[in-house]
Write a protein that binds this ligand. Structure first.
Ligand code: ADP
Length: 447
C-alpha cells in the first residue's frame, strides 16, 4: 500500500482533531445556551405570575383583578381558571391548543404543534373548598431558534474553519519540511551524478534540519576527501610502481636467458631486492600520506613540550652526533600530535643529511616568534634552485640530481606539508647555494 507523506498524515490528523474539537465545543455551547435560556425564561414566567398573584382577589366566589394585573407581560400570558378548569379571564394564545392538567407551583415544558411552551400554575384558595388557578404560559421558542441559528452558522463556519486549518497546517508543514526536501534532492543528485562535491548548504539556523544538513555536509566532505585520497593512492601507486615492476620483470627474463654464473645471478637478485625495497618504501609512504589526507580536520592534539620532543628525537638519530646541533632558544609547550610531529622533523633531518654536503652540518632550532612556534632544520648543503623551490612540495617531485643519486620517492616533503596543515600550521623554505637550506615548520598559537 502506498504510504502518504508525513505532511499529509500530520495535516489529516490535526484537521480531524480540529473538527472533532469544534463539534464537541459546539454541542457544549448549545447545551449551555439552552440551560441559560431556559433558566431566564423560567424565572421570567415565575416572576410575572407571582406579581399577578398579588393583584388577584377571590373571596366568596367573587373574582376581582386589580388594575396592576397584567394579562400579557414580557412574553408571559396569564390565564385565570376556576376549580372546574373553566377559563374565567385571559386569552389563550392562538398556537396553544393542548389540555394540560393543573399542577401547583411546578414549571413544565409542553409542546403544542411546532411551538414549545413553559407552563406554571398557582392555586389561590378561598375558604375550604373553593379556589381559582392562575396559569402562566410562555412561548419557549427562544432556545430552539438560538440552537438553530448556532447550528446554521456552525454548518457554514465549521467546514470553512476545517478547510482553513487544513490549508494553514499543510502550508506550515510544507515550509518546515522544505529543508528535508532539499536534503533528499541533494542526496539524490549526488547519487545520480556520482558527484560527491555537492553540498546541501542550508542557511545556518538553530533548527533540527539545519543541524542535520550541517552534519550531512560534514559527512560528505569526509567522504569526498576519503574517495579522493583513495583515487589518488590508486593512480599514484599504479604509476610509480610501474617502473620498478618492469625493471624486476626484465631482470628476471634476462637472468633466465643469459645469467650463467652464480655471481651474475646474485647481482640480478640484488638488483631485484633493491627494486622491491623501493616499491615497499613507495607503498608505505603513499599509505602514510593517504591516511593523513583521510584524517579529519580535528586531529587529536595534546600539549607537547617541543624542546623535550626534539631532544629525544636527536638522541635517536643514526647520524654522527658531531654533525647535528640542537638549539633550543625558548621552552615551548604547544598542542600537537607527537607522533606526526616527530615524523615531520625526522623527514627534514633525513633530507638535510641526504641532500647536504657529505661532511656537512645540520642544525635544529626551536624558536618562539610573535604568536608562532617555529621548528627549523638547517643544512649547509648546495641549496635548492629557486625554480625548484615550489615544485619540491609536489608528490613524486625529485630534482634530477637526487633522482639519480639518492633513493627516495619524492613523497617526504608532501607528507611534511600535510602534517603541518593538519596542525593548523605551514611550512617555509629559505634556500641559497651559498648558505644551504632552512626548512621551517610554523605553528601559530590558537586563540
Ligand atoms: P625524496 O627525498 O624522497 O626525493 P622529498 O619530497 O623529501 O622526496 O624531497 C623532494 C626533493 O626535494 C628531493 O628530491 C630533493 O631534490 C629536494 N630536497 C629536499 N630536501 C632538500 C635539502 N635539504 N637540500 C636540497 N634539496 C632538498
Amino acid at each position: 500500500m502506498r504510504k502518504f507523506s508525513v505532511k499529509i498524515r500530520i495535516t489529516v490528523w490535526l484537521t480531524a482533531l480540529t473538527a472533532l474539537l469544534s463539534v464537541l465545543l459546539l454541542s457544549f455551547l448549545l447545551s449551555i445556551s439552552n440551560a441559560v435560556i431556559y433558566q431566564s425564561a423560567a424565572s421570567q414566567l415565575s416572576y410575572v405570575l407571582r406579581q399577578n398573584l398579588t393583584h388577584v382577589n377571590f373571596e366568596k366566589g367573587k373574582l376581582e383583578l386589580e388594575e396592576a394585573f397584567r394579562f400579557y407581560q414580557n412574553g408571559v400570558s396569564t390565564l385565570v381558571y376556576n376549580d372546574s378548569k373553566a377559563l374565567l379571564a385571559g386569552q389563550i394564545p392562538v398556537s396553544y391548543n393542548i389540555e394540560e392538567a393543573f399542577e401547583n407551583g411546578r414549571i413544565r415544558t409542553v409542546s403544542s404543534g411546532d411551538d414549545t411552551y413553559l407552563i406554571l400554575d398557582f392555586r389561590l384558595p378561598s375558604g375550604w373548598e373553593d379556589g381559582i388557578w392562575l396559569r402562566g404560559l410562555m412561548e419557549f421558542s427562544g432556545s430552539k431558534s438560538t440552537a438553530q441559528n448556532l447550528l446554521y452558522s456552525a454548518m457554514i463556519a465549521l467546514p470553512a474553519f476545517v478547510i482553513l486549518a487544513a490549508a494553514g497546517g499543510y502550508r506550515i508543514l510544507q515550509t518546515a519540511f522544505s529543508p528535508l526536501e532539499q536534503i533528499t534532492k541533494t542526496a539524490e543528485s549526488i547519487n545520480e551524478a556520482k558527484d560527491l562535491s555537492r553540498r546541501i548548504a542550508l542557511t545556518p539556523g538553530g533548527d533540527e534540519f539545519s543541524r542535520l544538513a550541517a552534519v550531512f555536509d560534514a559527512l560528505l566532505e569526509r567522504l569526498e576527501r576519503s574517495f579522493e585520497a583513495e583515487k589518488q593512492f590508486t593512480s599514484d601507486a599504479s604509476h610509480e610502481l610501474r617502473t620498478p615492476v618492469s625493471i624486476i620483470k626484465s631482470a628476471c627474463e634476462y637472468s633466465l636467458k643469459y645469467d650463467e654464473t652464480r655471481k651474475e645471478q646474485e647481482e640480478t637478485i640484488h638488483m631485484i631486492s633493491r627494486q622491491a625495497e623501493k616499491m615497499s618504501e613507495i607503498i608505505s609512504q603513499l599509505l602514510n600520506i593517504t591516511r593523513l589526507e583521510q584524517e579529519t580536520e580535528h586531529l587529536l592534539l595534546e600539549p607537547v613540550d617541543m624542546g623535550e620532543l626534539l631532544k629525544s628525537l636527536c638522541e635517536e638519530q643514526p647520524y654522527d652526533p658531531s654533525r647535528l646541533t640542537l638549539n633550543i632558544k625558548d621552552s615551548v609547550t604547544a598542542p600537537a600530535n607527537p607522533l606526526l610531529l616527530s615524523r615531520l622533523v625526522q623527514n627534514l633531518i633525513d633530507n638535510a643529511f641526504k641532500y647536504g654536503r657529505p661532511d656537512g652540518h645540520v642544525q635544529i632550532s626551536l624558536i618562539r616568534s610573535g604568536n608562532e612556534t617555529i621548528i627549523a632544520v638547517q643544512d649547509d648543503g648546495p641549496g635548492i634552485p629557486p625554480e625548484e623551490q615550489e615544485k619540491i612540495w609536489q608528490r613524486f617531485y625529485q630534482s634530477d640530481s637526487s633522482r639519480s643519486g639518492q633513493n627516495g620517492a619524492g613523497l617526504g616533503l608532501p607528507m611534511v606539508k600535510q602534517i603541518a596543515r593538519l596542525h593548523g600550521g605551514y611550512m617555509t623554505l629559505e634556500s641559497t647555494a651559498e648558505s644551504g637550506s632552512i626548512f621551517a615548520f610554523h605553528l601559530p598559537k590558537k586563540n
